[in-house]
Write a protein that binds this ligand. Sequence first.
Ligand code: ADP
Ligand code: MG
Length: 700
Amino acid sequence: MSVNLQTPIDYLKGVGPNRADLLRSELGIHTYQDLINLFPNRYIDRTKYYKINQLQRNNAEVQVIGTITGFREVAQKRGKRLVADFKDETGVMELVWFRGQKWIRESLKVGQPYVIFGKTNWFSGKYSMPHPEIELQSEHESNLRSAMQAIYPSTEKLSNKGISNRVVSKIMQQLFLETKGKFVETLSDSIRGELKLVSKSDALFNVHFPKSPELLSRAQFRLKFEELFYIQLQLILKNLIHKSKIKGLIFDKVGDYFNTFYNDHLPFELTNAQKRVLKEIRSDLGSNAQMNRLLQGDVGSGKTIVAFMSMLMGLDNGFQCCLMAPTEILSVQHYNGLQEWCNKLNISISLLTGSSKTSERREIHENLENGNLQILVGTHALLEDKVKFKNLGLAIIDEQHRFGVKQRSKLWHKNELPPNVLVMTATPIPRTLAMSVYGDLDISVIDELPAGRKPIKTVHRYDNNRLKVFKFMKDEIAKGRQIYVVYPLIQESEALDYKDLMDGYESISREFPMPDYQISIVHGKMKAADKDYEMQRFAEGKTNIMVATTVIEVGVNVPNASVMVIESAERFGLSQLHQLRGRVGRGAEQSYCILMTSHKLSQDSKTRLETMVRSSDGFEIAEVDLKLRGPGDIMGTQQSGVLNLRIADVVKDKDILEQSRYYAKTVLKLDPSLALPEHKVILNTYRQMSKYRNIWNYIS
Ligand code: ADP
Ligand code: MG
């Protein structure tokens, strides 16, 4: 009979109630299954033995054979420490214990050969090893051990309570004894055959007790593949179910609004990428499944017109549409832009934000409900309960990372049938990551900028070159250009940041005095109306310089602004820098981005600045960002537990992720319900996973 892996960990020999409690609370290990899935962080080579005169001052973990020549107790500030002199034929070192001294003193013998293992310290001319792992050489030799020793994740509490790595390793050995190392296979023969994957049992054995580096890496590959495969399977299934179950509103005809705009009012030739994305959207909208699409496009790639033309498809089919943006400034800008096009087509459009007047609101609510209003643009205000559409067909959300998933779904519940949803973001998420984070959304990418854009020249300047930078700014203003100067605003140091902003504003006001120069300032502490007023003045060209915090980060469009000066650039994240730079380079003129920093730069800051200077490719920048910060920090991914992987790493194991997605797709294409005999093992594993481990946690 095989051992049930759902057995509580208490039942494993050598665990017992106390250890079980610790394993549960510290490592989340409840069952045999959880223990087997506790994968090592790293491995150390236990085939190598050091002589004492070979030790180096690098704090590495080493293994030494020798004998204890005597014990001493040394008084210290609090209590005492136990020290043993340990020697081999080349020299002497010390072993040190701060706890458990009585037990150590009684169980270790002078003059016997021991093997010790641990980290060495170099202290007043001598090597010492605190709390070594120690065993008699004779036992050491008779013990079964693998060449590479697994080091498991641990916590301070665990090691204080005596659950050392050696104990975990022993428990693991016990688990392999009880189960005889036989584990149910979880991947199909054909996948294993094609990828030459080792069996589940071999993989688990070698990941915990590697026989060789080569077997270890094959074991890791198989386990990573498996982990990612089942997540991808889950995501794709969810998407398929969504498509078959959730009926959408069909926009089956292309009508007058779309055609008239396309033939008579298109302000410029669409890029190929814009055309391709419109086709993808059109095909979603024409099908009877609800559209749930993510549109990624770098800043300035022209997402707005794609959004507008998608709305026209909705209007042509008698539906209302809405566009929601994260800030008031951005909503106003969208509204102004769209209104111009709407007027030409006789489309009714309104703006609803937190600062809309009560009378305006009332009118909007009324016209929404009776269907007179066709397009509504606005902020979070759109989510209020009072806002009821007659027949919302398409909801577009700009800059999605500002909205939580919950908020997104609020829009959904406005109708009996959910509207089609298009989410637009300028945060380029590397495709692989997007696949695992937004696996339930279809993804379109605008990967081409409108023709004729001149690449933005980006430079890095130190603070002490400020005068030259001012001179440059004056020259640009003389040519008729406008300039942004942006200061960081980080919540933790808000007060200081405001001081920096105000100091900066003052020094710029001194350097660029009225009436020759006009300066605007915008920051988060201002009233919305004042912000809008300042933004408007800048947008109309009435001011030369816009001093701002990152409130201008998202979406603002002032084509005549051609210089972006970013103060304390070392304090911004890469994607934020890239977003800010995207504010310029929107007109015909050569644009510049100047990254100002102090001389004190961390290695990461240097990499960020170099990347900005070198590259203008949002996706390349996102990749670097991902490497620097790790996936947990990338916008929009924090809330989704998708990156809580046990063994795989979405960044480092990108290739395996892609492979696993390919295989998951292939399997489901052939056999969407996993009914074929050859897929039985996949179906069983999948069910098992959803039963015991809430795999939905992985997703949202
Ligand atoms: P984003 O994707 O950042 O929202 P926008 O939609 O605001 O970009 O477009 C940026 C600018 O590029 C706007 O001024 C817009 O009118 C212009 N634009 C968009 N598409 C094209 C195109 N195909 N050809 C020329 N200009 C375009
Ligand atoms: Mg935009």
